[in-house]
Design a protein around this ligand. Structure first.
Ligand code: S3P
Length: 179
């Protein structure tokens, strides 16, 4: 096992940035375990993310998400892929940074839009009928959300930029070199 690594490496970034894919690969390379926060939330709640949103709205989801992050900080060491909205407030962001290395996977919104089209397990992308919103609507809404969240993501200690052209191997190599 590689020594001198932080106890936890948190991967942040917008939906579709590749946090989980990169995290899994990074964990293999660093010989650490990997955990996807959304999977952990589903496991803890015994429900899918969509069901949590349907039953209690975004507030209920954020509450479970916050509890899971706090629990993981107490009980888990390794690589954690956060959700796109996990850094929802400054207090949480500061707490995460105190307890590990926070990395921002920076991906242009145009690349993100191409990737997340048609994903039914991301409630923020769905309309009232449960269908994925029109591309134009998504573009407008997600661009606004990204702009709002960017100042939070940018407080990460490390940034790896993905223009959509880099291979997974290159991204992980660049990230490993910075850790
Ligand atoms: C969310 C992102 C999702 C998931 C939930 C809310 C967000 O995670 O946590 O649907 O607020 O951006 P991914 O970033 O893994 O898609």
């Amino acid at each position: 096992m590689i020594s001198n690594l932080p106890d936890r490496i948190f991967l942040s970034g917008f939906m579709g940035a590749g946090k989980s894919t990169i995290g899994r690969e990074l964990a293999g390379k660093l010989e650490r375990t990997f955990l996807d926060l959304d999977d952990y939330i589903e496991h803890k709640a015994g429900k899918s993310i969509s069901e949590i949103f349907e039953e209690g709205g975004e507030d209920a989801f954020r509450k479970i998400e916050r509890e899971c992050i706090l629990e993981l900080i107490r009980t888990y060491e390794g690589i954690i892929a956060l959700g796109g909205g996990s850094l929802h407030n400054q207090h949480m962001l500061d707490h995460i940074k105190l307890n590990g290395l926070l990395v921002f996977i920076e991906t242009p919104i145009s690349v993100i839009l191409d990737r997340i089209d048609k994903d039914l397990n991301r409630p923020l992308l769905l309309n009232e009928e449960g269908k994925v919103k029109e591309r134009e609507t998504l573009e407008r809404e997600l661009s606004a959300l990204y702009k709002k969240r960017l100042p939070l993501y940018q407080q990460s200690e490390l940034t790896v930029s993905d223009d959509g052209e880099k291979t997974l191997e290159t991204l992980v190599e660049q990230l490993t070199n910075k850790i």
